[in-house]
Design a protein around this ligand. Structure first.
Ligand SMILES: CC(C)(COP(=O)(O)OP(=O)(O)OC[C@H]1O[C@@H](n2cnc3c(N)ncnc32)[C@H](O)[C@@H]1OP(=O)(O)O)[C@@H](O)C(=O)NCCC(=O)NCCS
Length: 151
């Protein structure tokens, strides 16, 4: 439905407030990034941020940190609730995989809450494989699965 109007582009500093608001829509208050932490992640060396934009505004974003020029570490993937199940999360992930491949990065790693069924379905569809369980990864309240995909 959104395929034709969806544009995936680079992050600009003027997007910060919109991304912060989206992250707070996507995650509980104790898990969502603070504005300061988000800014730090966006600006750090190796940060790769891509924005999914619809004619009405930003619908989602993905934030990846490239570690040691060796692997992409997914820090967050957010799609606003009103735009979910239209392929935006998938499009953002595939866009990042394409960029990692161009940069000759050979692996992508991520953590996902053990109760986050939608995200687990998405990552399994993209051939991410379970590596380990991280007890209390989310503020000591929820465990996470670490997953890996070779690019
Ligand atoms: C997880 C998230 C990013 C998915 O974004 P999305 O744009 O809705 O995902 P897509 O529409 O691209 O879904 C692609 C595929 O993933 C799977 N999937 C996505 N959401 C799903 C759900 N709620 N239930 C089951 N499968 C789901 C399906 O296989 C889907 O394909 P289909 O719609 O053809 O069945 C979104 O739900 C979100 O922002 N959640 C809150 C934040 C979050 O948990 N981020 C991940 C942190 S690790």
């Amino acid at each position: 439905m959104f395929e034709r109007s969806l544009r995936i582009r680079d992050f600009h500093s003027k997007d910060l407030d919109a991304l912060h608001a989206i992250d707070r829509l996507c995650f509980p208050a104790d898990i969502a990034f603070s504005r300061r932490y988000l800014l730090c992640c966006l600006n750090q060396t190796g940060s790769l941020t891509r924005i999914a934009e619809l004619p009405g505004g930003i619908a989602g974003f993905i934030l990846v940190r490239i570690e040691n020029n060796r692997r992409g570490h997914l820090l967050t993937l957010d799609v606003v609730p009103a735009s979910r199940r239209h392929g935006i999360g998938l499009a953002l992930m595939e866009d990042v995989h394409r960029i990692l491949k161009q940069r000759k990065i050979t692996a992508a790693v991520l953590e996902v809450g053990t109760g986050n069924f939608p995200a687990q379905c998405l990552y399994e569809r993209l051939h991410y494989r379970y590596i380990e369980t991280l007890p209390g990864y989310y503020n000591g309240k929820e465990d996470a699965y670490r997953m890996l995909r070779l690019i």
